[in-house]
Ligand binder design. Structure first.
Ligand code: COA
Length: 190
């Protein structure tokens, strides 16, 4: 398994994985194990790679089996849910800091092919992405739909993210979470 920042030739693999688990296209039987909310175009992923250096992937046998997206709030601001989160940021504090678009970035979505879940890929790709962003931002911020209980358990119990806020958007209830990017995850237990 290889963990790296994606380049343009990885976009097809990322989009194929994304389509399998995005809410509009996911198989009904896969929904209880989590889904991704936001839809992406090829152009948006190109910008994520080239301008943000924010697309981390795990590959195995030449296939993209997991990805994590991470980028400035400016990148995310074109989607209404993120525009709303940006408005609320100054009212939130984490690790003793009032949050802003300068001291935090938006992590996610994360997606792992179901054949690779529960195998430690979660911790490794999260930590790889965190490391890429830590020099630029002290705080990671993300959201999880309250009904995505697998993602909530993974992020709070296994990765140590903390809930800082709850909000409604388009009739969905979301939890907003944060993490200090200086915190390296301990190596997974053998
Ligand atoms: C969310 C995701 C990244 C988590 O990675 P993962 O490899 O599945 O995570 P893990 O299996 O290591 O950890 C999940 C934990 O939740 C538990 N869990 C499994 N199904 C669950 C469920 N339906 N509800 C609550 N907890 C659940 C698991 O038992 C595991 O804990 P354990 O190892 O202590 O038993 C992955 O499931 C995924 O890509 N899902 C589809 C896309 C998605 O939901 N992305 C996140 C959007 S916010």
């Amino acid at each position: 398994m290889e963990f790296k920042l994606a380049s343009l030739e990885n976009i097809d693999g990322v989009l194929a994985l994304h389509q399998k688990y995005q809410i509009a296209t996911i198989a009904e039987e896969d929904k209880p194990d989590g889904f991704v909310t936001t839809a992406f175009t090829r152009e948006q992923l190109t910008q994520l790679i080239q301008a943000e250096h924010g697309l981390s992937i795990a590959t195995h046998g030449g296939q993209v089996v997991a990805y994590v997206m991470a980028a400035s709030w400016q990148f995310w601001s074109r989607w209404p849910i993120f525009a709303s989160m940006i408005e609320d940021l100054p009212a939130l504090t984490y690790a003793g800091q009032q949050l802003s678009t300068e001291n935090s970035y938006q992590y996610g979505p994360i997606c792992i092919d179901k054949a690779y879940r529960g195998s430690g890929v979660l911790e490794k790709i999260f930590d790889f992405s965190r490391e890429q962003m830590s020099a630029r931002y002290p705080v990671l911020v993300t959201f999880i739909n309250r009904i995505n209980t697998r993602s909530y358990t993974a992020h709070t119990q296994k990765l140590g993210l903390e809930v800082i806020h709850e909000f409604e958007f388009n009739n969905n209830h979301y939890l907003e979470l944060a993490y200090e990017t200086s915190k390296r995850l301990p190596p997974a237990e053998a």
